[in-house]
Design a protein around this ligand. Sequence first.
Ligand code: PRP
Length: 210
Amino acid sequence: MAEILKVAMPKGRIYKKAAELFRAAGLLIDAEVDETRKLVIGLPELDMEFILAKPVDVPTYVEYGAADIGIVGKDVLMEENRDVYELLDLGIAKCRMSVIGLPNWQPGIQQRVATKYPNVASQYFREQGQQVEVIKLNGSIELAPLIGLADRIVDMVETGQTLKENGLVEMNRIFDITSRLIANRVSYRMKNAQIQSLCDRLQKVIAAEA
Ligand code: PRP
């Protein structure tokens, strides 16, 4: 009998896209799973267990081996810098990390940048040779330049709708984002056949959709 593969799934907007991809790969996840408030969901017919985690915590569960594999955005991987294998670009939840500001932004003596991604932002501005103060926020980042907390922000842009509705402009793209399949280093060796077979199935769907 195969061992159970523990999969850290991100709650929220990526979950639906990830579940869709799994289903397209022939993994028949019950529709009830999409709606449940349960956090650990056994899928014995697939030899899997889903762990529904906050997206930013997925790499942590995987690094410590509480989950064998996980699905997470490249944005979180870059920010969290966890010791995990990145196995596959799933090509879902496409967006980008950008520097954003008001259209009339001018570099001042004191520059403040608000973001949910302080490591990504600090590294970017260091590489650009710009001295900025990075302020960590937890959401609605676009507020910061509107009400004078910061001059610019570093945030995700998907459709650009949030920027448009708040009169902000994208100034620089830092990197493109998609969701990735990641694995715990030990699980990757110990459950290699199961993980590899899942990768192969997912890869076929990704290639067909590309
Ligand atoms: C994200 C991001 C932007 C928005 C971008 O926020 O931080 O605000 O989505 O999407 P768009 O380009 O399609 O408008 P999210 O909805 O995750 O909420 P948050 O503000 O609480 O981080």
